[in-house]
Design a protein around this ligand. Structure first.
Ligand code: SRM
Ligand code: SF4
Length: 522
């Protein structure tokens, strides 16, 4: 951090405890924590610093911790999935896992005394949780079908891994980037459909060719900066007016994260994300600083980017660019998995695929490399009844954040309610297209309601003189090409009155028809 950032601004309580002891310092204390137990831990170590190791104290379930992994580009092996399953299995009915909206996974029910063992286990299979929470760079997202998609411009996998390695010191922890003013999100897409929601990241790379009629076009990326959702403010990322070649991506990430670290605003945590610095500086000054640190001039953005498709959800069976191979997109309702499911998915990936498993930002799973000839047997697998390749058109696109079951910020329960609501709506309505419904338990917007066709944000509402759980409804979020954020269209609907409201929206705005059976029973 520069001197200016520390000395001229009043420090908030987060900046104070970070200045007293860096979050990463607890890496060397984990054995001690395991021995003394969570109740004897220093409050800041317990509630905050552990998050630098991807370990989250859950005030809703004290003593049962959550662990957030890092999975660059959302990819893991069946071995790694089995290792995660073993961890979850150890905790019986308290153990579960959630695929996240950043192509990642979180494990639940964990006891602090087991964490040193768990870290050893992760190390052996090449997994890390490092710097996945608090004021660090989050899991870096990339195209979920990178390397499989015949229409992609660029396979993002290696770049995403290189950025993670640079930022985290190969997964061991990097004190250079462990004290950012706030979280920082990075996404790279090399496909045509903006499968990572580039526009809602602090830093995003989208495909674009550089050149004019006289030159052979060169592939690279236009750069977007400053996207964020927070309780205070939601903004789509804005163009940096820069184009970089793939070889320049890692250094550009480094430079931009360094600028955020050194100049990002630290006085007020509500105003600490990159966009607030861009407001204060203006994009020109920011771009000049990037060039200065980059050591050379940046080319201006290519006139047009190559995001020209509607966003795909990848649920179903699709041909790969490798002849004779397919990828299967399994719908995992609200991303929730239990140990048996995880073992089973690892087995499917081994038996039918190449042992690889991928996650999408819609909290679903992709199993790549299934041969044409094994598809028939694949379809007979019992687990596909729960994790369908052809789910209902509402279930298929349902996304939900963690909500009140585990998250202390939550104003409402989300995942179970979302599932019950979709079941009920699908039993009453028929649809001719998927409708993307996203639930989020509070204005932090982890469930991204602003990118949804219908976004539901938890709130408290008054009904018959009593406070009860409710939602604000967002609509108009579009994804893929011309992505833009949806806005709040109706406020304070009690959750118990929500089903008929959603039913009407689906009929009026999305062409849903009432099923005959439902008409008869009404
Ligand atoms: Fe989030 C804080 C869960 C994606 C914006 N988020 C939290 C915490 C850590 C709060 C806490 O300590 O309880 C939640 C953990 C609950 C739990 O037990 O699971 C939490 N966020 C999640 C996940 C798991 C939601 C999900 O069900 O998928 C996602 C994990 C992603 C990952 O693997 O790293 C998750 N969070 C997001 C996203 C979506 C995205 O990145 O595309 C956003 C909005 C985009 C953004 O950040 O700009 C998001 N989370 C927040 C915020 C608001 C940030 C801000 O600047 O104010 C908070 C609160 C905070 O950081 O102070 C937050
Ligand atoms: Fe928790 Fe709110 Fe994020 Fe949902 S949106 S996981 S309730 S912080």
């Amino acid at each position: 951090m520069t001197e200016t950032a520390t000395t001229t601004e009043k420090l908030n309580k987060f900046e104070k405890f970070k200045a007293e002891k860096d979050g990463l310092a607890v890496k060397n204390e984990i054995e001690n924590f395991a021995q003394i137990g969570w109740e004897a831990m220093d409050e800041n170590d317990l509630n905050h610093r552990l998050k630098w190791l991807g370990v989250f104290f859950r005030p809703v379930t004290p003593g049962k911790f959550m662990m957030r992994m890092r999975l660059p580009n959302g990819i893991l092996t069946s071995n790694q999935m089995s290792a995660l399953a073993e961890v979850v299995q150890r905790y019986g009915e308290n153990g579960s896992a959630d695929i996240t909206t950043r192509q990642n996974i979180q494990l639940r029910g964990i006891n602090i005394e087991d964490i040193p063992d768990i870290f050893n286990k992760f190390h052996k299979v090449g997994l890390t949780t490092i710097q996945s929470g608090m004021d660090n760079v989050r899991n870096i997202t990339g195209d979920p079908v990178a390397g499989l998609d015949a229409d992609e411009f660029y396979d993002t996998r290696e770049l995403v891994q290189q950025i993670q390695d640079m930022l985290t010191n190969n997964g061991e922890g990097n004190p250079e980037f462990s004290n950012l003013p706030r979280k920082f999100n990075i996404a790279i897409t090399g496909g045509r459909d903006n499968s990572v929601h580039a526009e809602i990241n602090d830093l995003a790379f989208i495909p674009a060719f550089w050149g004019n009629e006289d030159q052979l076009p060169i592939f690279g990326f236009n750069v977007l900066v400053g996207g964020l959702f927070s309780a205070k403010r939601c903004e789509a990322a804005i163009p940096l007016n820069a184009w970089v070649s793939p070889a320049e991506v890692v250094s550009l990430c480094k430079v931009i994260v360094e600028i955020f670290r050194d100049h990002g605003l630290r006085a007020n945590r509500q105003k600490a994300r990159l966009m607030w610095l861009l407001d204060e500086w203006g994009i020109e000054k920011f771009r000049n600083e990037v060039e200065k640190r980059f050591g050379k001039s940046l080319l201006p953005a290519a006139a047009k980017d190559e995001i020209d498709w509607e966003k795909r959800d990848h649920v179903g069976i699709y041909k790969q660019k490798q002849p004779g191979f397919n990828y299967a997109g399994l719908n995992i309702p609200v991303g929730r998995l239990y140990a048996d499911d995880m073992f089973e998915i690892a087995r499917l990936a081994e038996v039918y695929g190449s042992g690889e498993i991928r996650f999408t930002v819609e909290q679903n799973i992709i199993i790549p490399n299934i041969t044409d000839s094994s598809l028939t047997t694949f379809f007979t697998e019992a687990i596909l009844e729960r994790f369908a390749v052809n789910p209902g058109l509402l279930m298929r696109s349902l996304v939900s954040c963690t909500g009140a079951q585990f998250c202390n910020f939550a104003l409402i329960e989300t995942k179970n309610r979302a599932l019950a609501m979709i079941k009920s709506l699908e039993s009453e309505l028929t649809l001719s297209r998927p409708v993307r419904i996203h639930w989020t338990g509070c204005p932090n917007s982890c469930g991204q309601p602003q990118v949804a066709d219908i976004g539901l944000m938890g709130t408290k509402v008054r009904k018959n003189g009593k406070m009860t759980e409710g939602v604000d409804i967002y609509m108009g979020g579009t994804v893929g090409k011309d992505a833009h954020l949806g806005t709040c269209v109706q406020k304070s609907i009690p959750c118990e009155d929500l089903q008929p409201v959603l039913r009407e929206i689906l009929i009026q705005n999305f062409g849903a028809k009432v099923r005959e059976e439902a008409l008869i029973s009404h």
